[in-house]
Design a protein around this ligand. Structure first.
Ligand SMILES: [Fe+2]
Length: 233
C-alpha cells in the first residue's frame, strides 16, 4: 500500500503539477472501499518557508476540492484553518467538522520527535455491523481502554519525518460504509510526541475542508497563508 510520497520541491507549484499529485493521491484518500488507506503523507523536503508551505496547503485543498467535485459531484469547501504549536499527545480522534470532511495537516520542520497514527474506525465499525458514528458512541477510543479495540486497525504514518515539511491528508469523515460511493470513508488520527520540550516548538498548519453550504472566502484564506491567521466558516 502506498501511503507516503516524496515530492520534488516544485511539485505543488503549478496547477498542472498539483493536479498530477492529486490524481495519484485522490483514490487513496477519497476512498470508496476499505482497501484504500484513507490517508496520504506528502513529504515536501526542507526547501520552503512557512508562508509558502501554507500556500501549498491551501492550493492543494483547492485542487482536491476540484477533483472531488468532478468525481463525486459535491462541493468541498474550506471549513477552518489554524496554526498551532502542539506538543501534548492526542488520543485517537476525529477533528470536529462536517460528516464528509477532509483534513490537511501541515507539519512544519521541528527537532521535536513525534509520529502520527491513523486508525481505520470505519472498517472496525463495519466489522461490527455499526456505522462509524455508532462505533464512536459505543467504543470511543478517546476514553478508557477503548483504543485497544482499534489496535489491529492502526497504521503508523509510514516515513513520517518531523525534520521535514510534510502534509498529511486525512479523510476525516464519519459516513457509513453504505455511503461509500461518496468517497468519504474516514479514519481517526492521533499523535505521539516522545519527549515534549517547551523550549522548542512543533508547529502544525491545519486546514479542514468539508461538504457544507458555506466556506471561508479568499480573503480569510489569504490571511492564513500570509500570517497564519486562524478562521472558521
Ligand atoms: Fe486532530
Amino acid at each position: 500500500m502506498i501511503s507516503e510520497r516524496h515530492l520534488a520541491p516544485a511539485a505543488l507549484d503549478s496547477p498542472t503539477s498539483r493536479a498530477r499529485v492529486v490524481e495519484a493521491v485522490a483514490p487513496l484518500v477519497f476512498r470508496t472501499d476499505l482497501e484504500a488507506p484513507g490517508f496520504m503523507l506528502l513529504d515536501l523536503g526542507h526547501e520552503h518557508s512557512p508562508a509558502r508551505f501554507r500556500a501549498h496547503l491551501v492550493d492543494l485543498g483547492r485542487t482536491l476540492a476540484d477533483h472531488y467535485a468532478l468525481e463525486f459531484g459535491d462541493a468541498l469547501r474550506f471549513v477552518s484553518c489554524s496554526r498551532f504549536d502542539q506538543q501534548s499527545p492526542t488520543r485517537p480522534h476525529r477533528d470536529g467538522g462536517p460528516d464528509a470532511s477532509l483534513l490537511l495537516l501541515g507539519y512544519e520542520p521541528t527537532s521535536v520527535a513525534s509520529t502520527v497514527y491513523l486508525l481505520d474506525y470505519t472498517r472496525a465499525a463495519a466489522d461490527r455491523d455499526l456505522t462509524p458514528v455508532e462505533y464512536l458512541d459505543a467504543f470511543n477510543p478517546a476514553f478508557g481502554t477503548n483504543a485497544r479495540l482499534l489496535d489491529s486497525y492502526t497504521e503508523e504514518a509510514d516515513g513520517f519525518d518531523p525534520t521535514r515539511y510534510q502534509i498529511l491528508i486525512v479523510n476525516n469523515s464519519c459516513l457509513p460504509y453504505a455511503d461509500r460511493h461518496r468517497g468519504m470513508l474516514g479514519v481517526l488520527h492521533h499523535a505521539v510526541i516522545f519527549a515534549p520540550d517547551r523550549t522548542r516548538s512543533r508547529v502544525i498548519d491545519s486546514v479542514l475542508l468539508g461538504v457544507t453550504e458555506t466556506g471561508l472566502d479568499d480573503a480569510r484564506l489569504d490571511a492564513f497563508v500570509v500570517n497564519g491567521v486562524a478562521a472558521t466558516a
